[in-house]
Design a protein around this ligand. Structure first.
Ligand code: ACM
Length: 684
């Protein structure tokens, strides 16, 4: 590895080689060495630039220093006009930034994002070839800030870092539920903090057309309920992202998922219409008519307008879940398929993509689409975005297409961080050739917004997306799940400090859910209870709440439950330890303390439900299930401790008592039920 000699010798004096993950950093850097000692942080902290100094770097520095001030309570030296004071030269600075070249106005795919940090007991030296690397290095410095009884400090350390994949994204669907500017901006802050570099904005859908079009204004005027980004606002987002080293890739989903296009322009559809904004979730029939030349005239005008607005060379055209029903029902469209030898609806979709690709090329853009667009006739140079299954990457690269992975990164489906973390865009095993491996650009976490409002979207994105960010940035071998969770808890607190609301939304949401008569004790119990819950996974919520629409309030129990329950995970570890050492008093104590707490919590809330908000009534069966299961767990643990066998009849009752806890209700589940079932089963 060519960087190793570079790393060795960056630190003066004795060093300890550290595995990348042996720190709190997330994503873990490519390589690092720690040394003895600290760089003490004092109000005299000053910065010097010895290479490029531009507005992007000084703005990033200001954000970093302000973040360090807010964490530490220290006040760094400022100029008369309030800017952070810059040292006269490197000799008198505690942070020296040496950047060789300034990047362009906005980042592109495959920028040099590498950086090197050397911290001694007297200063930090941050070196990068381009300013994109400096941005990443500054977030690393901010993450390294820590304290002990002697005060705030940065550890003596040397870091050589660069990303594994060039495309590390977060998709935000602003259509199903509108997500305004402040949501986008604070999540861009979060993305920058974990070194993600692509914001994929899903801008058009059946449920909303969320970008202003000056050429075809009925698109946003009639397709959005008034909730859309103006072009000025979009320029602001693009600039905000670029200042953080993040590209903005827009998606205009066509030909399906296109109801909102047709509200204002029904003549572009494959059925007569009229069309109304869709309010429900699912796959719908409205689809553009690829046989209508007017469709291409509108796409040329609209995509040309968007090509000028969005500087990124890549433009996502969706292409997913086109059910073809309105094509099949239209005799003229079917005749077109026969006349043009297109064979079937899939052939017609491929024809449409070729026409769209020609439009994109004319406007200087490269096509990205979901994996349904993979077809032998797809133009070379297109990027396939895999979402449907684990074979998408192999299928796309086998045909020579560059590819992105989102299958496994669907954060809207409420899976635990570990599930996403262990999903690798580049499968180590399997039959990919080296040419195929080189076509894998990276991946994107996908925040589809059927079940999120601006109030709770952060809690579905964070902190789990930080684990995905690490998968996309850090070496493949960094995959220790317990250590990931240890660091995820730390980075989650840092993200909250940076303004993300994944923690702060919960108390007001619970207060509203509990109702006016809730006491402090009720709220404490409710918080303990929802921390044990998780929203149902995969696409189960749709079947648990079949009548839900865009207007359904997302203020219920499930909306206060968050993915990846920490207490449930801790409980599972404690149960495994107890099962491994059934006579261990320590292991039993851990399990029993939790179960006794849960039992008391459930009993308290069961007694208080009549006084609390009627909206909380749906919690009753879950509270009863928790109380019963916790009680059964306590009986089993007690018997284990005493080495006492339980009679067959009692065992049957205990087994029955834990079962209801494993059944989802009100769109939430009790993940601790799995460990409880294991615990009770030990007696069989
Ligand atoms: C998708 O989830 N339909 C791309």
């Amino acid at each position: 590895m060519k960087l190793l000699p570079l790393l060795t010798g960056l630190l003066a004096g004795p060093v300890a080689m550290a595995v990348a993950s042996e720190s709190d950093l997330m994503p873990a850097p490519l390589m690092m060495e720690t040394g003895p000692g600290q760089l003490k942080l004092t109000p005299a902290f000053r910065v010097a630039f010895t290479g490029v100094k531009n507005a992007r770097l000084t703005d990033a520095l200001t954000r970093t220093l302000r973040g360090m001030e807010e964490r530490s309570g220290l006040l760094f030296a400022r100029t008369a006009t309030g800017e952070f004071a810059v040292a006269a030269g490197a000799g008198s600075a505690q942070l020296v930034i040496k950047c060789d070249t300034a990047g362009e106005a906005v980042p592109q795919l495959r920028e040099d994002e590498s950086y090197v940090i050397q911290i001694s007991s007297s200063r930090v030296l941050l070196t990068a070839r381009e300013d994109w690397g400096v941005l990443h290095g500054l977030t690393t410095v901010q993450q390294l800030l820590q304290s002990d009884s002697g005060g705030w400090f940065l550890p003596v350390i040397a870091i050589v870092d660069e990303p594994r994949f060039p495309w590390r994204g977060l998709l935000i669907d602003v259509c199903r539920h509108w997500q305004p500017m402040d949501v986008i901006k604070r999540n861009l802050d979060g993305m920058a903090f974990v070194k993600l570099n692509v914001l994929h904005l899903h801008l058009t859908e059946d449920q909303g057309f969320r970008i202003e079009s000056k050429t075809f204004p009925r698109l946003h005027e009639l397709g959005s309920d008034g909730h859309y980004f103006t072009q000025d606002e979009m320029r602001e987002i693009i600039a905000y992202a670029a200042a953080r080293g993040i590209r903005v890739v827009p998606e205009f989903d066509i030909p399906g998922h296109a109801t909102s296009w047709l509200v204002g322009y029904p003549e572009l559809g494959s059925a007569p219409g009229p069309y109304a904004i869709e309010r429900k979730w699912g796959v719908f029939n409205p689809v553009l008519d690829p046989t209508n030349e007017e469709v291409y005239r509108v796409l040329d005008g609209f995509l040309g307008e968007m090509a000028a607005l969005f500087p990124d060379p890549y433009l996502h055209i969706g292409g997913d879940e086109n059910n073809g029903k309105d094509w099949s029902a239209n005799a003229r469209i079917q005749q077109f398929i026969r006349d043009h030898d297109l064979k079937d609806n899939a052939g017609l979709h491929a024809y449409f993509n070729q026409r769209v690709n020609a439009i994109l090329r004319k406007h200087g853009k490269k096509l990205v689409g979901w994996d349904e667009i993979l077809h032998p006739d797809l133009p070379a140079g297109s990027v396939i975005h895999s979402w449907r299954g684990p074979d998408g990457i192999a299928a796309a690269t086998k045909q020579g297409f560059q590819t992105l992975l989102s299958n496994g990164y669907y954060i809207d489906l409420n899976d635990p961080a570990a599930h996403h973390y262990l999903t690798d865009p580049d499968p180590a095993t399997g039959s990919l050739t080296s040419a195929q491996h080189s076509l894998i650009l990276g991946g994107e976490a996908t925040m589809w917004s059927e079940w999120v409002t601006p109030e709770l979207i952060d809690s579905r994105i964070w902190p789990r997306t930080a684990a995905i960010a690490e998968r996309l940035w850090s070496p493949r071998k960094v995959r220790d799940v317990p250590d990931m969770y240890r660091r995820l808890a730390i980075v989650s607190r840092r993200l909250a400090e940076a303004g993300l609301q994944h923690e702060s939304y919960i108390e007001p949401a619970l207060r509203r859910l509990a109702g006016e008569k809730a006491t402090a004790e009720d709220l404490r119990a409710l918080r303990a209870f929802v921390d044990l819950l998780e929203p149902v996974k995969e696409y189960k919520r749709g079947s648990q709440q079949p009548g839900a629409t865009q207007f359904t309030p997302l203020t219920g129990l499930v909306d206060c439950a968050r993915p990846d329950s920490g207490p449930a995970r801790e409980f599972a570890v404690a149960v495994d330890q107890l099962l491994a050492a059934p006579r261990s008093a320590e292991a039993a104590r851990r399990v029993e303390t939790m179960l006794a707490d849960w039992h008391a919590t459930a009993q308290h809330l069961l007694a208080r439900l009549p006084a609390l908000s009627p909206q909380l009534a749906e919690a009753q069966p879950l509270l009863q299930a928790l109380a019963d299961a916790a009680h059964a767990g306590l009986v089993v643990s007690g018997a284990l401790q005493e080495g006492r066998a339980l009679p067959e009849a009692a065992l049957g009752q205990l087994t029955a008592a834990v079962k209801p806890a494993a059944v989802p209700h009100a769109a939430v589940e009790l993940p601790a039920s799995h460990a409880l079932v294991r615990l009770v089963a030990v007696h069989h």
